[in-house]
Design a protein around this ligand. Structure first.
Ligand code: ZN
Ligand code: ZN
Length: 344
């Protein structure tokens, strides 16, 4: 029997560990079995013997950490055994193939959220709330100041900004992370773009992974290729260039001609941080959606990752047992000396 006093998952030096199934979720180091929530580099690391992830996300994972990894895939909602645990993936709405991990042992259910959002995103499946006893939530934007309007027509806003700059003879350089944000923007622009969006090389291969999963992206062309096609002295005019921020340090950036810059991120809330324009477009849940999601899971115990102070206090006020992830150490659950404990 699983003892209710021993947590199904514990927070260890290598990351979130399930003793009943002998696997880690998004381990920080190389391990034998790594269950991966999604392909962002703070979740998917190289070196583990065996990986398990969602089928729709496997190409992104391989592009990021290596084509030759040993990896097994499952669809959303498909359950599989790992040791004494039953495990399944459920859509997290964060990027293509992103998942929450549901772990069940002897009728007790824990869910580790990974990164998630509730906002509409045409580049991936929507978030699926999953009932559980204990929920481990991310809280990148876990303070009340991070609240933004939902389901905005981001594509139309970006298209209007692009048109405005184009009519002033300028280019529009839009910065966003190369995995997830860039493809969300391309999906938003798919029905609106009047010519190909110029993309940086680092975005290209990842975007192709999305296309192969039948996600409709705006037409794209490599910015490097477009620049190579210009005659000497010619510069770009009226283009939308989608790139990571490092692009302005590259030597050929002088050929962009005149341009305006914008950044698409949840961090744009309240500040433009030196860009001409900011699009508040987050791939994480804001404060309201964190609170709503936690309540929808019905969890009676919650562990909070990343930014735990305000959210833990708020949940406690509402009568939910809430803790920072650091409290999920086995030491906190072991009986005091003199008691017997049989570890599962
Ligand atoms: Zn992420
Ligand atoms: Zn993350």
């Amino acid at each position: 029997m699983h003892s209710p006093n021993i947590p199904l998952l514990t927070w260890t030096a290598k990351g979130l560990y399930c003793a009943a199934g002998d696997f880690y979720i998004d381990p920080h180091r190389a391990v034998d079995v790594a269950v991966i929530t999604h392909a962002h580099s703070d979740h998917a690391r190289r070196g583990s013997k065996r990986y398990i992830c969602v089928d729709k996300g496997v190409e992104l994972l391989k592009t990021r950490i290596g084509k030759n990894i040993a990896v097994e895939t499952f669809g959303y909602g498909e359950s599989f055994p790992l040791g004494r645990a039953r495990v399944s993936f459920h859509s997290a709405g964060h990027i293509l193939g992103s998942a929450q991990v549901r772990v069940e042992v002897d009728g007790e259910v824990w869910v580790a959220s990974g990164d998630y959002k509730r906002d509409r995103d045409p580049s991936c499946d929507p978030f699926e709330p999953v009932c559980c006893d204990t929920f481990i939530t991310e809280a990148t934007f876990g303070t009340p100041k991070f609240v933004w309007e939902k389901d905005l027509p981001h594509g139309a806003h970006i298209r209007a900004w692009w048109a405005e700059n184009e009519s002033a003879g300028k280019n529009s350089i839009l910065f966003g992370y190369s995995l997830g944000k860039a493809q969300r923007i391309l999906a938003e622009l798919a029905p609106l773009a009047h010519k190909p969006v110029l993309i940086h090389d680092s975005i290209h291969e990842l975007t192709e992974c999305y296309r192969r999963q039948n996600r409709t992206m705006a037409q794209t062309r490599l910015v490097s290729e477009k620049l190579a096609s210009l005659s000497p002295g010619e510069v770009l005019v009226g283009e939308l260039i989608l790139a990571p921020p490092s692009i302005l340090r590259e030597t050929w950036a002088v050929r962009f001609g005149e341009f305006q810059t914008a950044f698409a991120s949840g961090w744009m809330q309240g500040s433009r941080r030196g860009y001409d324009r900011g699009f508040v477009m987050s791939d994480h849940a804001d404060w309201n959606d964190l609170n709503r999601t936690i309540r929808e899971t019905g969890a009676r115990r919650v562990y909070v990752q990343h930014r735990d102070g305000a959210l833990v206090r708020q949940l406690k006020r509402d009568g939910i047992a809430a803790f920072p992830i650091d409290d999920l150490h086995l030491d906190h659950f072991l009986p005091k000396s003199g008691e017997n404990l049989v570890l599962i």
